[in-house]
Write a protein that binds this ligand. Structure first.
Ligand code: SF4
Length: 152
């Protein structure tokens, strides 16, 4: 069994959630992971436009930092190809849809996170105020219960 936690140091090597620039520690690390993701740009663009059309009227905006947004969207598409569902790129998925249903994007924690911090855990979906710099860009703590991060 592997316990996944919100601390990168606690995770097993090679088991880090990919495609999440918001949770990485250095620009060099970002660069390494970006280069591993192979996803056609036009596919990412189409995905972006579809989600934007659906989510903006609900008050969820994409992070205006398009480099970060594009990378997280690539992570979602990569997880869709890998698991068959779009698990959060910033968290470890178990590979079991039922166990991971709370972290299928948009996750069960997005609403509360955007309400409290102006941003989801990954910094993909944000409020208008967050994008406009009217509220601080603080690190969003993991809201997922610890027992849900147990990978069997
Ligand atoms: S909404 Fe949730 S699942 Fe989607 S990117 Fe943000 S934190 Fe991850």
């Amino acid at each position: 069994m592997l316990w996944a936690s919100n601390s990168r140091a606690d995770r097993a090597p090679g088991a880090l959630a990919e495609g999440c620039p918001a949770r990485r520690e250095s620009p060099e690390e970002n660069h390494e992971v970006v280069s591993e993701v192979e996803m056609p740009e036009n596919e990412v663009q189409k995905f972006y436009e579809t989600l934007k059309r659906l989510q903006e009227p609900r008050g969820y905006y994409f992070n205006a930092d398009m480099t970060m947004t594009s990378e997280i969207l690539k992570g979602l598409l990569k997880n869709k190809a890998r698991y068959g569902y779009m698990s959060c790129p910033c968290r470890l998925a178990s590979g079991n849809r039922e166990s991971d249903k709370d972290i299928i994007c948009p996750c069960a924690y997005r609403e509360a996170d955007v309400k409290e911090y102006g941003s989801c855990y990954c910094n993909l979906y944000v409020s208008r105020d967050w994008n406009e710099g009217k509220i601080p860009h603080s690190i969003v703590p993991e809201r997922r219960p610890p027992e849900k991060t147990l990978i069997r």
